[in-house]
Write a protein that binds this ligand. Sequence first.
Ligand code: NAI
Ligand code: MG
Length: 492
Amino acid sequence: MNYQQLYINGQWVEPAKGGSFETFDPSDESLLARVAAATAEDIDAAVKAARNAFDEGPWPKLSGAERAVVLRRIADGIRGRQQELAELEVRDNGKPLPEALWDIGDTAGCFDFYADLAEKLDTNQEQSIALADDRFSAIARKEPIGVAGAIIPWNFPMLMASWKVAPALAAGCSMVLKPSELTPLTAMHLAQIAHEAGLPAGVLNVVPGLGPDAGAPLSEHPDIDKLAFTGSVPTGSRIMQAAARDIKNISLELGGKSPFVIFADADLDAAVEWILFGIFWNQGEVCSATSRVLVERELYEPLLKRLAEEARKITIGNGLQDDILLGPLVNKAQYDKVLQAIARGHEDGARLVCGGERPAGLDKGYYVQPTVFADVPEDAWIWNEEIFGPVVCVRPFDSEEEAVRSANASRFGLGAAVMSRDLLRCERVARRFRAGIVWINCSQPTFTEAPWGGYKQSGIGRELGEWGLNNYLETKQITRYHSEQPWGWYIK
Ligand code: NAI
Ligand code: MG
């Protein structure tokens, strides 16, 4: 594939200014590809194509069942190239291959899931409304919201594309997708797969580029009806401000600092396993990572000991090699950010239990050891801010009340998890968390069927499931007067 072109209006075209940027393989810092850099002119062309496809084209007028056929072909196209796409994702992002294979499988699954919902839309698109006045009858009708802009991050590149593209297409919208400049490649393959699946021209446009040069003009474009963003809080805030001018509908999935509350009656092996998965999976570059662990005092020291033992066993290296469980961070900036966070942990008086350094023997690549800090003060920077790396902070607690208070004492509210053998307690604590995604006796498993999104500064709106489809639907009421009696207000 020629990565130096943009996918606009069903064609691969040169960027107007002819610019490009580089994406790197973080395992050895080598150049992976030069990629077309969209600027405002290209974004305008892409939005015009999407607008035209929506206003004049066949896509929004097709039945849900007809759109489902194309969505399933896209799913099959992804599945047919699962290995190739997963390897590309590893090289662009750094994650271990089994995780990338999982991502790509879920990406295909997301298109299948929304194909099913597109079909169901044919029967549940219109719903009658009971009105108190029987001279009238009404229906509520769901219609596609129009042209959507999607701006996505680099941690799950193709999967994050599917969480936005699949429901938008299912709803009948057209879309302009800007992938992250750190990991743009699989999104470009998605464009090609959609093309081959017979998606009409202009319905999906893929325009890689830098945030300020391509993301900003997309978020400011007056012809966009809806903006969907996943990424950092500062950029989310900027996008919300841009959307405010034209009252664009927005959904935001932002950062987190998710707590994991472990009671003393929890199974130690299970607790350690889920803590590891909650923070070291995907190098900890996970918005919902359970990066703040609260452990009931009785279990605190035994748990820290086991956690450190297991964390030290995690195999680190190039994600394409066998048996690697932790790959490099996505780029130099993220690597520097994580090492700075570790330095701040030391400064703020946290106790380093394991890790904290670049692993020995890996001279190139953005590798950081799995890192555990204990006794982290509640006002420490690392306890409060998203690190987005393999660094977990642990604190002891003495009562359920204290654990819940500390868990909720955050400006974020994306995920939260609780572990105990006392299931009633788990259910109770789960209901007290101020977070959009709560796990009981596990952390992180994510299902296409269930709503995903955050409270507080972690975002606005929900993706996935039927909530994800509703992001791309407007609601219209149609009310009819069918009484034989004249209205009789002005004319008696
Ligand atoms: P970012 O939020 O700046 O980037 C995400 C996307 O927004 C990218 O596609 C980028 O090109 C785009 N973007 C950047 N500036 C923009 C602008 N002015 N207007 C429109 N779009 C713009 O995140 P970045 O810099 O990649 O990572 C920084 C930190 O953000 C990470 O260290 C992590 O803490 C957090 N983050 C959170 C994610 C999540 O899933 N919640 C994902 C990625 C990063
Ligand atoms: Mg890259």
